[in-house]
Design a protein around this ligand. Sequence first.
Ligand SMILES: NC(=O)c1ccc[n+]([C@@H]2O[C@H](COP(=O)([O-])OP(=O)(O)OC[C@H]3O[C@@H](n4cnc5c(N)ncnc54)[C@H](OP(=O)(O)O)[C@@H]3O)[C@@H](O)[C@H]2O)c1
Length: 367
Amino acid sequence: MSSTLPSTIPSTHPAVAITTVGGPLELIPRPTEAPGPGEVLIHVQWTGSTPLDAHQAVGGLLITPENTPCVMGDAYGGTVVALGPSDPTTPQTLKVGDAVFGYAHRFPREKAHQTYITTDAYMVSNLPPNTTLPEAVTLPTNIVTAFHTISSDLQLPLPWPVPESYQPAEATTPILVWGAASSVGMFSLQVLRHWGYRHVYAVASGKHHATLRALGAAVCFDYTRPDVVEQIVAYATQESSKGSDGKRPKIPFVIDCIGSINGTLRPLTKIAERGTRIAVMLPVIKKHMSKDGLPETHGYLQNTFFRDHLQTEIIPTLLGQGILKPNTRRVVEGKTLLERAQNALDLLREGAPSGEKLVWRVAEADE
Ligand SMILES: NC(=O)c1ccc[n+]([C@@H]2O[C@H](COP(=O)([O-])OP(=O)(O)OC[C@H]3O[C@@H](n4cnc5c(N)ncnc54)[C@H](OP(=O)(O)O)[C@@H]3O)[C@@H](O)[C@H]2O)c1
């Protein structure tokens, strides 16, 4: 059973869509869907772009005749305009008028690059008072990815609530984050720091090193230097000689935030040893923005604790406490929704973002 749309809400609304791979983006009309039990209807005012947008629009990743035109976007920020019929899964905290943000990507009705979305309440974070919507939309996609990667792929525990004086078993074990200046990388550093993982090696270009130390990196390496691999191996060897029994890899955990065959995977083959656990962001890129690559997979909702607590509780709490810092933003301008979407896509194609997130307005609060 669905509720009916409030009379102030338009029955259709514009959505940014891929209609032809490699062609310009287009606006298509979409029905505004009344929220069902446990769902909310959100008026979307801000969004953030992610490299996946370009992999899809330019490279055709996961674009099929069946899902074309393909509505885009996975990070939204806006206002709750209607709640579905009450349901035990609907957090009591949400009410009409709340400013909210979140990561939602599964169906066209919840994709972020449209002026209204209908999604499950467990995909929604309340906006804390210390944060604006443009700041908030830098988080959802990649903070969810960071939590999922660290807990599921690396199997490093992230207990919630964090027990008092919590010391993880791997507190002083080296964890390498390659591509630490990416949005995924910067959130991975912050999550690892908060849960007490203190020995994080960050790999990024030198201009970001001070920022990355402030976010929790213990030591930084510059991937633009030809001897970066030798530097990392030499440092890890020296560190492991201080107390390791030599039975474990010198760097037992690696997050590859980029997933580039030449840029990250090849150098990592010279660093990883038997037993090193490596999480690689998908799609693996053979050539920048090519048609090659593997489908994105995101299994975070399979973890029922994360499904029920990550977006509704953990992320807004840590953001509100100032423990999670939004990424630096570059606001993409344009006269219309379509122009802003296209300008953001063009910046992604050029590989323009460096230590920052592209954010742009979807709808004005009063339109
Ligand atoms: N479910 C999933 O698997 C999932 C979820 C989210 C994201 N992703 C993927 O993860 C990747 C990163 O996403 P994002 O939003 O975090 O990207 P992003 O912030 O746009 O990444 C830009 C950064 O990448 C860094 N970089 C590029 N090549 C590098 C290299 N060879 N070594 C080290 N750093 C390098 C650049 O660092 P410098 O400025 O230092 O040059 C730049 O700051 C994308 O491919 C995305 O599609 C996958």
